[in-house]
Design a protein around this ligand. Structure first.
Ligand code: ATP
Ligand code: MG
Length: 140
């Protein structure tokens, strides 16, 4: 059975462009409850650790630089079938391929600067949530 939690970040581009409120509204309107949330900033070292799975990819350096370029919003969200439904809500990695009405279609500017992150499995949702919220209260 699929789990009911996922992990997200509103990335530095969307924060800089003033889209935090609109994006959080989309999360709520799609039925996601916020269980934990913080406005924070990743150091290059922490961003590198978070995206370590992509270390060998050609865009890794660019990704780490971008993700540490300004503040982000990190959150743990709750809904039935959370991981899959949230990936549907945010849309394809490349905004040019994202479906109409998805967060990335509306707010991403490029494949790199694509507004939001969504965990891709229940296991990663747990790992990523702990990365940002270990030791803090989760309201769910
Ligand atoms: P995320 O993990 O951030 O939710 P995703 O799962 O849709 O995105 P991944 O394949 O995990 O996509 O890539 C992680 C991130 O790396 C992407 O969201 C994007 O910011 C960046 N990225 C992926 N592919 C490219 C690329 N070809 N060029 C530049 N950046 C890329
Ligand atoms: Mg991913």
């Amino acid at each position: 059975m699929s789990g009911n939690r996922t992990f997200t970040m509103i990335k530095p581009d969307a924060v800089r462009n003033g889209h935090i409120g609109a994006i959080l509204k989309m999360f709520n309107d799609a039925g996601f409850n916020i269980l934990a949330m913080k406005f924070t900033k990743l150091s290059a070292e922490k961003a590198g650790e978070f995206y370590a799975v992509h270390k060998e990819r050609p865009f890794y350096g660019e990704l780490v630089e971008f993700m540490s370029s300004g503040p982000i919003v990190a959150a743990i969200l709750e809904k039935d079938n959370a991981v899959e439904d949230f990936r549907k809500l945010i849309g394809a990695t490349n905004p040019a391929e994202a479906a109409d009405g998805t967060v990335r279609k509306l707010y991403a500017t490029s494949i790199g600067e694509n507004a939001v992150h969504g965990a891709d499995s229940d296991e990663n949702a747990m790992i990523e949530g702990s990365f940002h919220f270990a030791g803090t209260e989760i309201f769910g």
